[in-house]
Design a protein around this ligand. Structure first.
Ligand SMILES: [Zn+2]
Ligand SMILES: [Zn+2]
Length: 334
């Protein structure tokens, strides 16, 4: 079978590999869709400290169980299920977290095996009827978005700002609407990408410069109830805090580059305005199941966000599209 393997930064190869054999307690899957995201672009450029090469990449996985034909979606982040955090129901911050495509071979392959550890934490979800494999593969990033918005308590009547008009930003806009947000504003410094995203997710306003001033203007000086940064940008995080309303919630959803994680924060804004700043680290198995449910019920549409469907040989082209911001969601169909 064909796989896309990471060997070193800048060195991802399409290779022939023997079909994997499922060991005891494992599940063999015929991968139907494995979608790409900014994380794959980051791995290609810099590698990742959890990836010991060679490793088959791909963590947004949907396919068929070989033995039964069951249609399934697979989690990406694997909590241990046994530590103190997991026992308290906080699986997203499990310190022993492992990931598909990092610690285990992922979905850029015709076949893959799902580790027993994934099954042990209910990490394999049945895809509801009416949901396609490509849509199901987007349940993983949507699950992360769900985690972020539940930590930021996005709810009815909120004015929400999403900074970053990539696939994650688009999912944030859609989910905020599903959760009853009053208005959603979408911000991106790349006007072209912003226009492409806005065409699909129809925010109440788009902002491509001076976001703090624009948000204050749009909200009558009040600021936004929730600001979500879906971009690896310290500047966006600094602006997010300044555009938050009193008692606003700020989600630092996207992480910053490892070598540049320090921002300037006016602590008095947090103090006097009673702001809450939250992070977000992936998603739990339950978030993945919930994301599939939201897609199945039509609460969050994802099919139109999938702008490119490519074969496995075109994985690198797909990652290029993602890096250049020239696509919304790129899915690989091995
Ligand atoms: Zn991803
Ligand atoms: Zn744990």
């Amino acid at each position: 079978m064909k796989v896309a393997r990471f060997h070193a930064p800048g060195d991802i190869r399409i290779e022939d590999a023997p079909e994997p054999v499922a060991g005891p307690g494992e599940l063999k899957i015929r991968v139907r869709n494995c979608s790409t995201c900014g994380t794959d672009a980051k791995i290609r450029k810099h590698g990742h400290h959890h990836i010991v090469p060679p490793r088959v990449m791909g963590h947004e996985i949907a396919g068929e169980v070989v033995d039964t034909g069951a249609r399934v979606q697979v989690i990406a982040a694997i909590p241990c299920g046994r530590c103190e955090e997991c026992r308290r129901g906080r699986q997203t911050i499990c310190p022993n977290q492992e990931s598909m495509g990092y610690h285990y071979d992922g979905g850029f392959a015709e076949y893959m095996t799902v580790p027993a550890k994934v099954l042990a934490v209910n990490g394999v979800n049945a895809i509801p009827d009416g949901v396609g494999f490509a849509e199901a593969s987007v349940a993983e990033p949507l699950a992360c978005v769900l985690n972020g918005q539940s930590l930021a308590r996005v709810g009815a009547g909120d004015d929400v700002v999403v900074m970053g008009a990539g696939p994650i930003g688009c999912l944030h806009v859609r989910l905020a609407r599903a959760r009853g947000a009053a208005r959603v504003f979408l911000v991106d410094v790349n006007a072209e990408r912003l226009a492409m995203a806005a065409e699909l997710v129809r925010p109440d306003a788009v902002i491509d410069s001076d976001p703090v001033e624009q948000v204050l203007k749009l909200t009558g000086g009040r600021g936004a109830d929730v600001v979500i940064t879906a971009a690896a940008s310290g500047a966006a995080q600094e602006q997010a805090v300044r555009m938050a309303a009193r008692q606003g919630r700020v989600s630092f959803f996207g992480g910053l580059p490892k070598d540049d994680p320090i921002i300037a924060l006016d602590s008095n804004l947090v103090h006097y305005r009673e702001l809450t700043i939250v992070g977000a680290n992936g998603s739990s198995p339950a978030h993945n199941a919930e994301a599939l449910r939201l897609v199945a019920e039509g609460a969050v549409t994802v099919s139109d966000l999938i702008t490119h469907r490519l074969g496995l040989e075109q994985v690198l082209d797909g990652i290029d599209l993602v890096s250049r911001g020239a696509a919304i969601k790129v899915t690989i169909e091995p």
